[in-house]
Design a protein. Structure first.
Length: 195
């Protein structure tokens, strides 16, 4: 299957800014990756994408030139969107990237996911399924949607993401030993990952 990665990076990170300062962009905050190298959060996220995922889209706002530059550096097409709503971002990216065999939805503030976990989620995908990583009984990210889910993803809007689609069937739980699938950088303290 030829899966398209959609990296959601349009959110404003208000909780992070409230603690780190109004000029702080969590996507550009330095963090030490799983390889021990310090990079911006979004750089870590893009580095963790498996090489076999060659079709890559990143959704962000036009006022983030450094995020746009890094996305292009890591081989992403960039979709500029004024809305920070997850539903709006997903719908626009799926529409822009069609046709595809499926979509791997990656959050731009989750830099500590093992590449192998992303591979397992992608490998489990089928046309009519949704594959989601599970760690310690909790659903995490990234989530992969088969081709049949394209119209439902395109119909999303506002702040609501795709989680309500889980209840419509076809959900495949992919067990992973990876706390990174649950770890997002909502506040500055989360830049320090405790494995």
């Amino acid at each position: 299957m030829s899966i398209t990665a959609i990296v959601l990076a349009a959110g404003q990170g208000s909780r992070f800014r409230a603690e780190a300062g109004a000029d702080s962009d969590k996507l550009l905050a330095d963090c030490v990756g799983l390889d021990g190298v310090t990079r911006p959060v979004i750089g870590q996220v893009l580095l963790n994408l498996p090489e076999r995922v060659v079709k890559r889209w990143l959704v962000t706002s036009p006022d983030r030139p450094e995020v746009i530059r890094l996305a292009r550096l890591y081989g992403c097409e960039v979709l500029l969107l004024q809305s920070a709503g997850m539903g709006d971002s997903l719908a626009a990216a799926v529409a822009a990237s069609s046709p595809s065999d499926g979509w791997l939805v990656v959050l731009g503030d989750m830099p500590f996911i093992l590449p192998s976990s992303i591979e397992h989620v992608a490998a489990a995908l089928a046309d009519e399924s949704i594959s989601v990583p599970v760690h310690d009984g909790q659903y995490g990210h990234p989530v992969a949607f088969g081709r049949a889910w394209g119209p439902a993803l395109c119909a999303l809007s506002g702040d609501r993401g795709a989680k309500p689609l889980f209840a419509k069937g076809g959900l495949l739980e992919v067990s992973v030993d990876d706390p990174g699938v649950l770890w997002d950088v909502d506040v500055p303290q989360a830049l320090h990952f405790g494995r």
